[in-house]
Structure formats: structure tokens, C-alpha cells
Design a protein around this ligand. Structure first.
Ligand SMILES: CC(C)(COP(=O)(O)OP(=O)(O)OC[C@H]1O[C@@H](n2cnc3c(N)ncnc32)[C@H](O)[C@@H]1OP(=O)(O)O)[C@@H](O)C(=O)NCCC(=O)NCCS
Length: 143
């Protein structure tokens, strides 16, 4: 069983650990705080008895972006990523957002399938988007 709530400062060490384990890109610790402070409501954490996943987004006028989404390896395929994304999309709706975009590594078939299931479509391709030179797809959906 899990539930979703907004990030608390004390979650940050575990959130950074999940990011380190799950995401290929490396992020500076201060970036997590910057993202949170830009839009606190848009940084959601899935909790069992500790954080097991998170989604972090930003919002500019009527468009939101998903900046990071990750679920701890041993908790995947149990609907936690879906809960996080559902809650994030509901928040976007309540905040008057009209579309959501994200970038995903073109080789990350799991995440691409996951986002497609939620109605995201690939709308463009960005060569050398990531630090290691990997390309990204931009995925997008209306709220
Ligand atoms: C992408 C991610 C967040 C999904 O989290 P999750 O909790 O495992 O997702 P869910 O259990 O809610 O899965 C929902 C649906 O997504 C799709 N999906 C999830 N994992 C999949 C996989 N390994 N292969 C194919 N489809 C998959 C399925 O359609 C799944 O529904 P189903 O289980 O009923 O078949 C997780 O795999 C993850 O943390 N990956 C590493 C980090 C990452 O790639 N983040 C995205 C960067 S943009």
C-alpha cells in the first residue's frame, strides 16, 4: 500500500537516492530544492513507510513539464508510477494547465510505453539532449 503527498524537506536524501539509482542523468543536490521551491505542489512523493518514488514538475503559464519521475526498482510495476502521474495530472488540471510535456531518452522503452499509456504522444526529437550525448523524444499531451 502506498499514498502520495507533497515533498517534505526531510524526504530529500531518500529522493536523491532514488534519482541516483533510477535516472541515468546526474543531478546536483541543489537542483531538487530549486525545482521544489519553484512549484512545491508539483513535487509529489509516493510513500509506503518511506519514500519509494517521486515526480517533480514545473509550470510556466499554462504548460507544465515533468522534469523527473522515478520509482525504486523493487517497487516498480505495482501502479506507483501511475498513481504519481495521475495525481500530477489532476493537480495540473486544478491549476489551469492545458498541456504537459516531458523529455525522455529515446532508448527508455519502459518510460515511453508508460507515458503512451497515459495518452502522451511523441511530438519531436532532440539530438544530444543528455549529458552523455543521448537523444530525447519530447512527449506531450493535453490535459
Ligand atoms: C517509468 C516508471 C516510473 C514506471 O513506474 P511503475 O511504478 O513501474 O509504473 P506502473 O506500475 O504504474 O506501470 C503502469 C504501466 O506502464 C507500463 N509499463 C511500466 N513498466 C513497464 C515495462 N517495464 N515495460 C513495458 N511497459 C511498462 C505498463 O503499461 C504498465 O501497466 P501494467 O503494469 O498494467 O502493464 C519506472 O519504470 C521507473 O522508475 N523507471 C526508471 C526511471 C525512468 O525511466 N523515469 C522516466 C524518465 S523520463
Amino acid at each position: 500500500m502506498h499514498y502520495i503527498r507533497e515533498l517534505r524537506y526531510e524526504d530529500l536524501p531518500e529522493i536523491m537516492e532514488i534519482a541516483e539509482e533510477s535516472l541515468t542523468e546526474r543531478y546536483m543536490p541543489t537542483l531538487f530544492l530549486d525545482i521544489y521551491e519553484h512549484w512545491p505542489k508539483g513535487f509529489l512523493v509516493a510513500i509506503t513507510n518511506a519514500p519509494v518514488g517521486f515526480i517533480a514538475g514545473s509550470k510556466y503559464e499554462k504548460e507544465a513539464r515533468i522534469l523527473m519521475l522515478a520509482v525504486k526498482k523493487e517497487y516498480r510495476r505495482q501502479g506507483i508510477g501511475s498513481s504519481l502521474l495521475h495525481k500530477f495530472l489532476a493537480l495540473c488540471k486544478s491549476e489551469g494547465v492545458i498541456s504537459v510535456r516531458l523529455e525522455v531518452r529515446t532508448t527508455n522503452h519502459t518510460a515511453i510505453e508508460f507515458y503512451k499509456k497515459f495518452g502522451f504522444n511523441i511530438i519531436s526529437f532532440i539530438p544530444s539532449y543528455y549529458t552523455n550525448g543521448d537523444a530525447a523524444y519530447v512527449m506531450w499531451r493535453m490535459i
